[in-house]
Design a protein around this ligand. Sequence first.
Ligand SMILES: Cc1cc2nc3c(=O)[nH]c(=O)nc-3n(C[C@H](O)[C@H](O)[C@H](O)COP(=O)(O)OP(=O)(O)OC[C@H]3O[C@@H](n4cnc5c(N)ncnc54)[C@H](O)[C@@H]3O)c2cc1C
Length: 463
Amino acid sequence: MRVRIVGGGLAGSEAAWQAASRGVPVTLHEMRPARLTEAHKSDGLAELVCSNSFRSDDAEGNAVGLLHEEMRRAGSLIMAAADRHKLPAGAALAVDRDDFSACVTRALAADPLVAIERGEVAGLPPPEWDNVIIATGPLTSPALAEAIEALTGEGALAFFDAIAPIVHLDSIDPAITWRQSRYDKLGPGGTGADYINCPLRKGEYEAFIDALIGAEKTSFKAWEASTPYFEGCLPIEVMAERGRDTLRFGPMKPVGLSNPHTPGERPYAVVQLRQDNALGSLWNMVGFQTKLKHGEQTRVFRSIPGLARAEFARLGGLHRNTFLNAPKLLDPQLRLNVSPRLRFAGQITGCEGYVESAAIGLLAGQAAAAERRGRPWLSPPVTTALGALIGHITGGHLAAADDGGRSFQPMNINFGLFPPLTAGEAGPASGKDRGRNKKRRLSARALADLERWLAGRRDDAAA
Ligand SMILES: Cc1cc2nc3c(=O)[nH]c(=O)nc-3n(C[C@H](O)[C@H](O)[C@H](O)COP(=O)(O)OP(=O)(O)OC[C@H]3O[C@@H](n4cnc5c(N)ncnc54)[C@H](O)[C@@H]3O)c2cc1C
């Protein structure tokens, strides 16, 4: 009757806590300390491998702060440990990493329903494990990663992110940009106007190239440098360094496009954005994977005509990672379509960040426990941060027609993943605090809807 959880990181620890809180026995399999990853240094559960920050704790004005609050209300161990060991950090929730990890480890070790087994699961879990959560994270051990890849099919598991920035639609200037697909091609399911185009004149392009080349970059860690993607997926700043026109003949080529705002004038270069989520609220800068520092990305990309006021839902990056093409492979309960005994949680599902990984662990733990107890499990409403996140992973991303369905990239929680406010829910359409008010209303709606969802699950948690 056990739920087996592989990986005692942020997601696995939270999943174990949630399942045990519902009266379901759990075995948590963690390979450390016998085998470490390139980034983990201790034998503690829920080790924070880099920063000690859970980012903003503002539940009204920031989507990750809202996620914190929803997780607290859903009985999260990770949030309880973070709150207990928080450090002064302004509006952010930062923690003492050692005390935090020790707190999580102690809580799980003390739980009579949780057994912690140390050792690598070096391949697919044995067939007699019929309810498994795989939460082995971005640095999943190679033996298990290879087995998952063999099961899910070629290309279904990625080993790095080449992330291009994603922009909120309502921050793109429609007076400068226009919608058009190259050569007005319809493509499968297209309209001929599927891209948002930002035009650059010669001087603007030259200034943009200078800014790219001069901007500060982040460096690769030694163990990331051997990841074999550099030629296949070059950062735009590297392309710019190879030649001033490389981008103009690559992702910024101006062909097949005509700017209705300046008829008769051909753009010298064009930046294209492609719809990234089914809601149409988020747009991906096509081919703009980058290693620029985050502050530099904001500065340089806002120099592109039409993006002067761009708000970024996600900035670009290139990292070693391990994640599934989840919208294609997982069902709404995070189970693998081809092998439903295997459920996934954490960063391997294609969410990004400590808090998001723990949040998906929370949902996976609840769903696995409900399945064990023969109860139905409904995911939280899409209007909540928890629901928006799982919704994005299991279906919300809109795959680009021309990439073989592989355009899914890891995502932090952000308000662009939430369904827009209805006319009745929205406040005044203008005014100085419009953006802040919108977030406040989205948060209030989320917490009200979460309470209704939690009320329906209380008998479950009390088991
Ligand atoms: C180098 C690096 C830095 C990062 N920095 C940040 C940051 O600063 N802020 C942030 O929000 N996010 C960061 N992330 C992203 C991500 O949020 C974290 O990696 C987060 O820990 C993911 O949570 P998880 O539970 O999915 O995986 P993890 O916390 O990594 O947990 C996975 C666990 O599974 C174990 N494991 C792996 N394979 C096996 C196996 N076969 N058998 C048994 N156990 C196994 C591992 O030892 C590990 O304990 C970073 C990622 C990396 C790789």
